[in-house]
Design a protein around this ligand. Sequence first.
Ligand code: GLA
Length: 521
Amino acid sequence: MTKLPRIVTAVFMGLLLLVGFGRGEDPAAKLRSDQDGLALTPPMGWYPWNEFGQEPQNEKLIKETVEGLVRSGMKEAGYTYIGPDEGICFSRNASGKLTPNLARYPSGLRGLGDYVHQQGLKYALYTDAGTRTCSKAMPGTKGHEFEDMKAFAEWRADYLKVDWCNTTGQTPDSTYPKLRDAQLAAGRPLVFSLCSWGEGQPWKWAASVGHLWRTTGDICGPGKASWTAAMKNVEANEKLSASAGPGHWNDPDMMITGMSGLSEVQSRSLFSLWCMMASPLIAGNDLRSMTESTIKILTSREAIGINQDPLGIQARIVRKDGAAEIWAGKRLFDGSQAVLVFNPGEAPAQVQVTPGDAGFEESASLYVRDLWTHQTSGPRAGSIRVTVAPKDVALLRISKTSSFPLPPVIVADSYRVVFHASGNSAQKLTQAITVKNNGSSELPLWTVSPGLPSWLSVTVTPSGKTQTFSNKVSVAGLGRGHYHAVVKADNREPISGLPMSALYYDVDLEVSGAAGGPANR
Ligand code: GLA
């Protein structure tokens, strides 16, 4: 990168920081998401670890998985973040800089990020807070916090998982804030995922540090999905419901839905539990070859609507009836309530869910929607009787009205715009990206944050549930070189009036030729 674009990028990032993190407040004193508007609903995406472990993680696998994610309808359902986990992606060179493993990632880690962005997805990367990653195959960030976070920003990561291996002598509550500061200094807004497996009780202090934190050990070893281990994670994570909310989530680990070792019923139950716990929906199965039933589970708009609810409440077990568990306490953005009856036992369970269990007065007249059969009944008074087979669930949405709106699910055609201009001082260029809401409502117009560099202007125009961001570049007065900006836009969910996760995308401008004069001045 030339000096000039670095300056341009730095100035714009500085403006972003001033707009977002300004007002003289200590960033550590509030939610991290207050500063960047990210992950206001649980992040959705895919990581390779549960299915593949370290092998064969490479560019080919990530690209094939991107194709699988798009082809299966998962992108349209809201899955966004994708990239390598611990997979020998980079090493540290003699001068201390992280360098990509070009044998495994021939396009480089920035090149893979560009590919992901151009598919309308967001780029996830992995690192470790200690001296080495867990298998010791990759360097950890210890002692290199600032330069490493700069590398992840240069590779254009939008999500960073920071593991906790090889951390002898370190503590999570001092190490992760240091990495947070280093990451903020690098200037790129990203979802920051703490992965200390519950060590250091991050739910007590990490909401100002990151957007999510692992609450448990690994849900399985690579390729070895285990229902029993998953249920242990559920048990631990359930107890922490009070700590979760928009921008700060308990993470019971990536899902094992669709992996061999789980029945279809278990896969659906696990997914339902993750939806009710407002857990990050990070798929861990092989997206290149999914059964129809796995696709149906992972892309269920109604179940995902529970997970992506703007209030961001994590449900808890409000009552047990024999082996069956009644999960509730999850009010949704339209005043309806989500209720899950889960039967972890060995025999069918017959359960009566009272209006009180569901958060209504006992005399309420209610509509009940079964989110897996897609049937609505009601209005009705009194208890709701359900029979649930072993390991199965009844996932219900209960409301005083018969409409069951879905919250926003944002899908973009691309998160990167690239301009090539010859140094013609009069040249003006336009390129658009489109951003669609797959939820029920038309959204208000996205508001683009001020502080764009002088060569870029962005206007947003609506057309039903799709909005077009027109990016106009004016090359006048620019010297040769690379210019980069990050565009941020905000919106509010119209039924609740609550803020939605901020939308970010990259704009690159390459100016060649002489008219504007040489770069690096
Ligand atoms: C830890 C994490 C896993 C995975 C592996 C990689 O165990 O918890 O999710 O990232 O490291 O080695």
